[in-house]
Design a protein around this ligand. Structure first.
Ligand code: SF4
Length: 440
């Protein structure tokens, strides 16, 4: 009888891919299969996120819950970004935790599970050439890491301290992984990295050192072209590109490559050039607007999503008005909006002029309300259009859903045989966040 693994995942797409790797390794090397029933698990893992304070607080309340309901001899492990930055302190605060394995150390999970008190948190451990066993949650879409870590120093961000320095995975390794995924049924490839469009700048020298390519032989555009040549790949998506690296070559490839889905994430963070400078984002309000105008002009049906932080230290009413101005000009299709959350050991944590929480909450509400208006307008504009939809899942009410090329969620009535197919759909109605249609 194989042992049971219960795993909870917090945070981003990169964490979700790490969870797939954890499940794959523990299945292949430690004979675990997954369960959704916490009480029957022999091993409980929480894959954590540190991007804001709330997920960290959630970790310890979850651990307490696990301890209460777990089987007598079940083990508990903590993985992910909070594991990287808290390390052994997690075991000090929760002595019933058996092991801690940080992001970037997932290849060590099999050994750590068998080693009471193991703490593996080297944030620059090089896993770029490690061939993880195979497991994927989604059948038709395959997430593929193309780089690990980040070479930026945004003053509010903890990621460089939890996921380490930026390093690209070799194109050969990526192409092989994609070919395997296509053999297993994937048609859509979802490329992952903190700054995907900075790909090819740093590689491992094979001896654990990260080297910057003097004469860059590889970049994101070349990689996208190579992936497009892989037989069976029908769609390519990616996250997260950095606005700083959205140069003409990148935009040209995004526009002209028919396999690249026409939705793009452009994390703005703030609309104020002064705040962007304090955040060390490296671009200005005007520069960001020009990029979005160019992309919208070249691809009218494109959907642009973004991240916005309100209440960053020193943010004045005028600065916030700039953020609102950019939102009004770009009319984002989706905004992931957050109140600034001080992160340990970041430059912004010790900045003066920390913003009162009431003001930050008021600004967040204003962003959310304005965005809801734009979302309803844009989704309504899709009614009557015909969209190519890739059907990937079934709802409990029997409806089938998938995503259009520009990443609108579309529901139709139909049978399971639609799953994995790309079909033309006439859009007949909308909500603020999804569309309903009819296969034509
Ligand atoms: S680019 Fe900035 S916000 Fe993004 S992961 Fe790197 S440091 Fe964090």
């Amino acid at each position: 009888m194989s042992k049971k693994l219960f795993i909870e995942t917090l945070g981003c797409q990169m964490n979700a891919r790490d969870t797939e790797h954890i499940i794959a390794e523990l299945n292949a090397h430690n004979d675990y299969t997954t369960t959704d029933i916490l009480e029957e698990a022999d091993l409980i893992i929480i894959n954590t996120c540190s991007v804001r304070e709330r997920p960290v607080a959630k970790l310890f309340s979850e651990l307490g819950q696990f301890k209460k309901v777990k089987k007598k001899d079940a083990k508990i492990g903590v993985c992910g970004c909070t594991a990287s930055h808290l390390g052994r302190d997690i075991i000090k605060r929760a002595p019933y935790v058996d092991f801690v394995v940080g992001a970037r150390n997932v290849s060590k999970i099999s050994k750590a599970v068998e080693t009471k008190g193991a703490v593996e948190i080297d944030i620059n451990h090089d896993e770029t050439a490690y061939a993880f066993s195979e497991y994927r949650k989604a059948l038709y879409r395959a997430s593929v890491n193309i780089s690990l870590g980040c070479d930026k120093q945004c003053t509010y961000c903890i990621v460089p301290a939890t996921r380490g320095e930026e390093i690209s995975i070799s194109p050969e390794f990526i192409i092989n992984e994609i070919k395997k995924a296509v053999e297993n049924g994937a048609k859509e490839i979802f490329l992952l990295g903190q700054n995907v469009n900075n790909y090819g700048k740093y590689f491992s020298n094979g001896n654990g050192a990260i080297v910057q390519e003097k004469k860059q032989k590889h970049n994101f555009t070349k990689l996208l072209q190579e992936i497009s040549q892989v037989e069976g790949v029908e769609r390519i998506r990616f996250t997260s590109p950095h606005p700083l690296h959205m140069d003409d070559e990148f935009i040209e490839e995004f526009v002209s490559n028919p396999k690249i889905c026409k939705s793009i994430h452009a994390p703005l963070q703030s609309g104020s050039t002064k705040v962007l400078k304090d955040m060390k984002r490296g671009y200005t309000k005007e520069w960001f607007l020009k990029i979005c105008e160019k992309i919208r002009a070249l691809v009218p049906e494109v959907r642009i999503t973004t991240d916005i932080i309100v209440g960053f230290p020193g943010e004045t009413d005028e600065d916030f008005a700039d953020t609102i101005d950019v939102i009004k000009k770009v009319k984002f299709d989706q905004i992931f909006n957050f109140k600034y959350s001080p992160r340990p050991n970041t430059q912004a944590e010790i900045m003066d002029n920390q913003i009162d929480d009431k003001i930050a909450t008021k600004r967040l509400t204003e962003v959310i309300d304005l965005h809801k208006i734009h979302q309803s307008e844009q989704m309504q504009d899709n009614v009557g259009k015909t969209m190519k939809v890739f059907f990937e899942d079934l709802k409990s009410n029997g409806e089938i859903f998938g995503f259009s090329d520009n990443y609108c969620q579309v529901f139709v009535s139909g049978s399971e045989e639609l799953l994995g197919q790309i079909r033309n759909v006439k859009i007949i109605s909308n909500t603020r966040t999804s569309l309903k249609g009819k296969i034509i």
